[in-house]
Design a protein around this ligand. Structure first.
Ligand code: HEC
Length: 103
């Protein structure tokens, strides 16, 4: 019984953590965003072949659609799908960081 209560108490914290990539994975993803995404979106993500990914360019766009664009790409444009390399929660984390201007 005590164990179950303890598990219930730590679960919400566990779930919140599960949504965010581990520190090591965050480093890998940051590298990917700067190198791979930067090759089209510009080294400072201010735009190039791809649209700018700076907070001011993204803040009024729905998060789900930005996450979907990262995971599935935009057919008919140069934006490729990243779902072979990124999970949905990783794509959500990228969008959060882009909106904060943290890459
Ligand atoms: C081969 C070039 C290329 C690469 C690499 C690329 N993108 Fe894109 N991306 C594009 C293009 C082109 C568009 C604009 C598509 C359109 O016209 O709607 C786009 C659009 C987007 C959008 C939607 C922006 C908006 O304002 O709606 C997001 C978000 C995005 N890319 C994120 C990423 C991320 C994150 C990565 C790296 C994981 C990445 N892109 C890598 C070419 C690229």
């Amino acid at each position: 019984m005590k164990l179950i209560v303890a598990l219930l108490l730590i679960m919400p914290a566990g779930l919140a953590l599960a949504a965010e990539p581990s520190e090591a994975r965050q480093k890998e993803i940051s590298h990917l965003v700067r190198q791979d995404c930067g090759s089209c979106h510009g080294m400072s993500l201010a735009g190039g072949l791809g649209l700018p990914l700076r907070p001011e360019a993204l803040h009024d766009k729905p998060k789900e659609s930005l996450v979907a664009t990262i995971l599935y790409g935009r057919p008919g444009t140069a934006m490729p799908p990243w779902n072979p390399f990124l999970t949905e929660s990783e794509a959500e984390w990228i969008v959060e960081m882009l909106l904060k201007g943290q890459f």
